[in-house]
Ligand binder design. Sequence first.
Ligand code: EVA
Length: 608
Amino acid sequence: MNMSLLYPRATASRRVISLDGMWQFQFDPESAGEAAGWTGGLPESCSMPVPSSFCDVFTTKDAREYTGDFWYETDFFVPGEWEGKEVVIRFGSVTHKAKVFVNGAEICSHVGGFLPFNAVVTDVVKYNQVNKLSVLANNELSETMLPCGKTQVLSNGKKVSAPYFDFYNYAGIQRPVKLLCLPKAAVTDYEVKFTLQDADAEVDYSVKTCGEGDVTVSLYDKQGNLAAEGKGAAGKLLVKDAKLWNVHAPYLYKIVIRLYQDEKLVDEYYDTLGIRTFEVKGDKLLLNGKHVYLRGFGKHEDADIRGRGLDLVTVKRDYECLKWVGANCFRTSHYPYAEELYYMADEEGFLIIDETTAVGCMESTMNFLAANQGTGKKLGFFEKETTPQLLEHHRQVLHDMITRDKNHASVIAWSILNEPQCTSDGTEEYFKNLFDYAHELDVQKRPRTYAVVMMSLPHTSKGQQFADIISLNRYYGWYVMGGAGIVDAEAAFRKEMDGWNQVRGDRPVIFTEYGADTLASEHKLPSVMWSQEYQNEYLEMNHRVFDSYDFVQGELMWNFADFQTTEGILRVNGNKKGAFTRQRQPKDVAYVLKSRWEALPTDYKSDK
Ligand code: EVA
């Protein structure tokens, strides 16, 4: 039960109580809290909302930039009638490390800040009483954990985060926390795969349970009518006249899984289920056998004050903006997002490229110097002494992401890394391990990809051989040959594309990033870099290039909205490549995208 990552649902056999709200919070810079007995109560705490990042709610720089251990604490009541069942506290995420205590007893720990985990507390809670939940968290970055980075110590002794990635290292309990009561014998997971036959669909399912019992699986249509039924932990459902899930036209069935012991119902779990197929065929992407051209964005979970904390208002606004601008797809750059977002993509008919937390796997000047001091030897990022540790963690993240997200109709592909250093020898072994593992874990065998950094060129990248879709992050006209040099940028871009055409085999290429920083306050005629006019010109140049290569099958602009990064000379209080501002209002470029994307047919380039 501990490992079940099923999204919490209240049913005849299950109870869910939200623990979100105002908790208590305290920094622990000396890492002394545990020894000092803080699990019995925080000595000098302040209030802190859950879910939220802690960083931007404070008004001092020390608090915002705090790096190290910190504590969250709340009280919760466990109903007496739950005795004899399994009681679990389910964290949507704690960034980046967590150790959980209940009534002072250590329950579990977890590493990785963007996926759920469970604390089974059946034997430690006091029933019909109030209990104390304490979480010791830590937000330090390292090279053996994802995302990669390191911690630096300032001359005043304070630690600060040095991310190897371009987004602010927001931390805290950033997603919902739920108290669950589950039956001892229960459904722990299920998976489905689809075959379409004329108007009908076959749903191959398999269900995992803890405890023996008889399983039934029922599929209901939107009106609540039974559409198909199966008996046994694995089997096939035949859905007559299946209504398919589609882009912007989603149809969701309800799947209900029941577990019986001696003909008595002991557990019931339900989920929404979209029936669809997705595959790469030659250089085309096919949804339900029909060609689809991707258009949309790389996104972030990022908003004013709450940082990376789940905020349903922002989630709703984002989907409204995505629909308005004519997008059909986004990438969860650079980490798996909150589950609520995937359910909404299923409901709204959006396609998701689901990305792991593998960002920053790149030899920066900083880590290169530290790792190779004095040796003069150039080591690749995947050839370090610590690489086996990183790989183990990466496998865990991939496992949990695919386990959590595999049944969403919206999820069409796995992005296994973002911009890794993939020109050195260690790349192949590291990549093969993960790309094979993704196929092993996913019964639907969704295409696997990773976002290829600028410096990785068609003939130097050792990673591209593993990708089912080649995904490029390219900034011709921004980081290179910007401004008046955009003419040369276009020529260099085309030259590189000709190179990809030589090595791609019969695979599609999509753009997972292209963009230019732009201040919503700036206009200039003629354009200069950072002005809205330049962002428009930059995009128009990129689109011209995309339109001239038929094997380019998607364009995900960087970024949907402006977002917070670490401060520095390359960023004006954050990354400003958004088509929308951080407050989700359109820049001029959003209208350029809207008129292009609304005019492009869904199956753009299908006949070529
Ligand atoms: C950028 N470029 O420079 C973006 C980053 C992103 O924010 C990248 O994948 O190549 C990264 O994280 O704006």
